[in-house]
Design a binder for this molecule. Structure first.
Ligand code: UGA
Length: 482
């Protein structure tokens, strides 16, 4: 357990370790931009590198290409202090860095469940070609097991400094929406290293975080790679578990909101990531469980994680089930019916629409002939670009006006706080599907709405509403803490 890990001793002398290393961050997407800014905030001299000149220009100008609360202000702060610079030049980055963090994406391959390692291989190769002195390359991207071992050989064969270069794996557990706090105050640090020098050099990148008492788990390279995919698989499994229970509830008239609440009080189970609804999306959980299953199959242990295929299938079924519920409320046919789709991002406080359940549902409704009206507080530009066939509203009010059914698909605070009575004045019919179990069911019913949520009976006679204060607070804590 993390609590039993003794604090790392930073006073042991390690020959050749640079105490206050210069840092480069290769790849300035979500992970890399956050890591570069946070390392600079911690006082290191950081160079951020990307092959995308437009992105680098934007970042150097103090503008984030992504929506992440608080990060843009921090970016401007470290640019002003001179602690962070950006470049597209690998030779400059190689010259600068004592430690090079690899933060490029590992998306799902086209036509396969495997992770696409093209960007990792290209970044490591381009960097290695310019490495002429001893340094540490640290992978942070989520990769299939044994990638680090393969990259070690690649680097040593490619770099002019050859065997002097070491490679470590240091997986990242940050959540979108909480990226800065998750990076500066992580639950734990995982150091996958192949030598005491690499361990000490990596520790020197996190001195103040370690001194604050953060547990450090030192592992071999393969274990460090596995920790990340195992963590995301566990989280995905927990979500799909409660959503599987929602399916059972739907067949029996039981109420999954009450079930989740009752389960959450068992401290061995806990309420975090036990929120039923439309399920998980985003650029991480869906592709990570698929890549993990794919890699395990290649390793001959596919059976051990075959349940992940079920986790994925349960998650996908929630999307169709949401469409079914909307269709039911629309009287069995959505053709020509205006459906207000509230939310597009894969979760609140993000403009990320990768594998977004909300947009999948909106697309299915559109294809079924509905007139969808999508509104999201942050993800509209991304959604419009990727889903030009959908119709968009400029506000929550515009989306619900005249709608035959309102579908809450991403639980933004703005939607949670909306007044049910006011919405009812605007909408064309009093029908709402709460795809995220985020609304006060009693308040909506009291205002005259036909309130429906996945896994809940059509009319809950239960005394405790879905918005039970304790459970709602547990959910908010979960969102804030992990
Ligand atoms: C996830 C992990 O939580 C991070 O620890 C990890 O570092 C990151 O992936 C990554 O691999 O980089 P993230 O994708 O930002 O982070 O989002 P989560 O907060 O995990 O939410 C994932 C999805 O699950 C969202 O669509 C959310 O709506 C859904 N979810 C979450 C539920 O449906 N129910 C819940 O109870 C919790």
């Amino acid at each position: 357990m993390p609590q039993t890990v003794p604090p790392m001793d930073l006073t042991i002398a390690r020959p050749g370790v640079v105490d206050h290393p210069n840092i480069t961050v290769v790849g300035t997407g979500y992970l890399g931009a956050t890591h570069a800014v946070c390392m600079a905030l911690l006082g290191y001299d950081v160079v951020g590198l990307d092959v995308d000149q437009a992105k680098i220009d934007q970042l150097a100008d103090g503008h984030l290409p992504i929506f992440e609360p608080g990060l843009q202000e921090k970016l401007q702060e470290v640019l002003a202090s001179g602690k962070l610079r950006f470049t597209t030049d690998f030779a400059l980055a190689a010259d600068h860095g004592d430690v090079h963090f690899i933060c490029v994406g590992t998306p799902q391959s086209k036509g396969s469940d495997a992770a696409d390692l093209t960007f990792v291989d290209a970044a490591v190769t381009a960097l290695a070609r310019n490495l002429t002195r001893k340094c540490l390359i640290v992978g942070k991207s989520t990769v299939p097991i044994s990638t680090a071992a393969r990259l070690t050989a690649l680097v040593r064969n490619t770099a002019p400094a050859g065997e002097l270069i070491e490679l470590a794996w240091n997986p990242e557990f940050l959540r979108e929406g909480y990226a800065v706090v998750d990076t500066l105050q992580p639950d734990r640090l995982v150091f996958g290293t192949a030598s005491a020098w690499a361990e000490a050099q990596l520790a020197a990148c996190y001195t103040s975080i370690i001194q604050a008492g953060t547990p450090v788990i030192v592992t071999d390279l393969a274990t460090a790679e596995l920790v990340k995919v195992a963590a995301n698989s566990f989280l995905a499994t927990k979500i799909s578990y409660i959503n599987a229970m929602a399916e059972v509830c739907e067949a029996t008239g039981a109420d999954v909101a009450l079930l989740a609440k009752a389960l959450s009080y068992d401290s061995r189970i806990g309420g975090r990531f036990l929120k039923p609804g439309l399920g998980f999306g985003g650029g991480c959980l869906p592709k990570d469980i698929r890549a993990f299953a794919h890699r395990a199959e290649a390793l001959g242990v596919g059976q051990a994680v075959s349940f992940l295929r079920q986790v994925d299938a349960i998650n996908q079924r929630r999307r169709q089930r949401t469409v079914d519920l909307v269709t039911e409320l629309a009287g069995g046919n959505v053709t020509g019916v205006k459906i207000a789709c509230l939310g597009a991002a894969f979760k609140p406080n993000s403009d990320d629409i990768r594998d977004a359940p909300a947009l999948d549902v909106a697309t299915m409704l559109h294809e079924a002939g509905a007139r969808v009206s999508v509104y999201d507080p942050a993800a509209m530009p991304n959604a419009r670009r990727s889903y030009p066939e959908l119709e968009y509203a400029n506000s929550l009010e515009e989306a619900v006006t005249g709608a035959g059914v309102v579908a809450l698909l991403t639980e933004w605070q703005q939607f949670r706080e909306a007044d049910p009575a006011r919405l009812l004045q605007l909408t064309g019919a009093p029908c709402i599907v709460d795809g995220r179990h985020a609304l006060d069911a009693d308040a909506y019913q009291a205002a005259g709405w036909d309130y429906r949520a996945l896994g809940r009976p059509a009319r809950s006679g239960a005394v405790v509403s879905s918005f039970d204060e304790d459970f709602a607070k547990a959910r908010l804590d979960a969102q804030e803490v992990g």
